[in-house]
Design a protein around this ligand. Structure first.
Ligand SMILES: *Cc1c(COP(=O)(O)O)cnc(C)c1O
Length: 357
């Protein structure tokens, strides 16, 4: 009995409609990098058919989409590394992000069979990728004058702290962007957090990622606070139930010792499936929809569960690790990480089943 990730394709569309309601005047670039945050890039692209385009990080991800017949615009956030990658992008009508002088040089040196669209990235304070406020206008002009480049150059930037509602950084980044980019033409700034919290950052394209998967971008709120529905529900099954005595220790390192006589369930899921090994005693799990807690260390194939809240659980009872009824945000917080990471880390051993309700 493998662990199962149920993917609710109707939740994808629901969440996309939420993006459109929040940013009604913007086009939507649905971010489906990293195998659609672990959900499966092809099923995500199919379920998100109402998006105006897709965003990925790597060329390989975009080629998977093109090879499966997806014809919408696809922007590649890391851009290209060499002439060969650039030519592939032109051939497949992909849109590279241009974020550094070396890419401009490659773009000007490399013969292309047809013109290419580009997104031009400005660094407004995150200091990861992009041209700074002095270099962005010359880069834009150079692109504009080059016949190989289509004229619909979208200028974009990325927020460093948009999930921190009290931080002044997003305001500073937005102001710098607006002061620097004084020419007409498409612009893009907002990720999920900014779509929800920074309306004046919406511009021509919004770039939602995590909210499309039904997850809150803010650590203090869960998705239901914004009427977002979880797309992935990770589940497994109890494959043993034990009635242990007070003082019995459970699992590697004996990190949980029964404080009284109690039932312990063993579920067929572990870090080999992508469940976080650092989830401590007390991390919530649902057993037959009843809220229970981890008891003992997470191992590769198994977890152990304190069944005192649900003493009737048996061999075959359903266990939900996150998703419907248990926000992945909550589990991530317990495990000292973020929902993005948990979703990306679900392994190929897990069986993916699409549902629609
Ligand atoms: C991943 C990504 C996004 C989406 O961010 P979320 O926080 O998941 O909404 C937006 N823009 C860029 C450039 C990204 O890399």
């Amino acid at each position: 009995m493998p662990a199962i990730a149920y993917i609710d394709t109707s939740a994808f569309d629901h969440n996309l409609q939420r993006v459109k309601a929040l940013a009604p005047h913007s086009s939507v670039l649905a971010m489906i990098k990293a195998n659609a945050y672990g959900h499966g890039i092809l099923r995500a692209a199919k379920a998100l058919a109402a998006a105006d385009g897709f965003g990925v990080a790597r060329t390989g991800e975009a080629l998977v989409l093109r090879n499966h017949g997806f014809t919408k615009p696809i922007a590649i956030m890391a851009g290209f590394l060499d002439a060969e990658e650039l030519r592939a992008m032109a051939e497949y009508d992909l849109i590279p992000a241009i974020h550094t002088e070396q890419q401009l040089k490659l773009l000007f040196e490399t013969p292309l069979e047809k013109p290419i669209s580009v997104w031009l990235k400005m660094d407004t304070g995150m200091h990861r990728l992009g041209f700074d406020h002095n270099a962005i206008s010359p880069a834009y002009r150079a692109l504009l004058e080059n016949p190989k480049i289509r004229k619909d150059i979208t200028v974009f930037t990325h927020f460093a702290e948009s999930d921190e509602l009290s931080s002044p950084k997003s305001r500073q980044q937005l102001t710098l962007f607006q002061q620097t980019i004084h020419w007409p033409g498409p612009k893009s700034l907002a990720n999920s957090a900014a779509i929800i919290a920074w309306q004046d950052s919406h511009a021509d394209w919004v770039r939602p990622g995590i909210m499309l998967y039904g997850v809150s971008p803010f650590t203090q709120q869960v998705a239901a606070d914004y009427d977002l529905k979880p797309v992935m529900t990770l589940s497994s099954t109890l494959i043993a139930v034990h009635h242990l005595k007070r003082g019995d220790a459970i699992g590697y390192g004996s990190t949980f010792v029964c404080p009284e006589d109690m039932p312990i369930g063993v579920a067929a899921i572990g870090y080999g499936d992508g469940y976080p090994r650092h989830a401590p005693n007390g991390t919530p799990v649902l057993v037959d929809h009843v809220l229970c807690q981890l008891a003992g260390r997470v191992s590769m194939d198994l977890i152990t569960i304190d069944l005192r809240p649900h003493p009737h659980a048996t061999f075959g009872s359903e266990v939900v690790l996150w998703g419907r009824g248990l926000p992945v945000e909550t589990v991530a917080k317990c495990a000292g990480t973020i929902a993005y990471e948990l979703l990306c880390h679900v392994t190929s051993r897990v069986k993916f089943i699409e549902i629609n309700d």
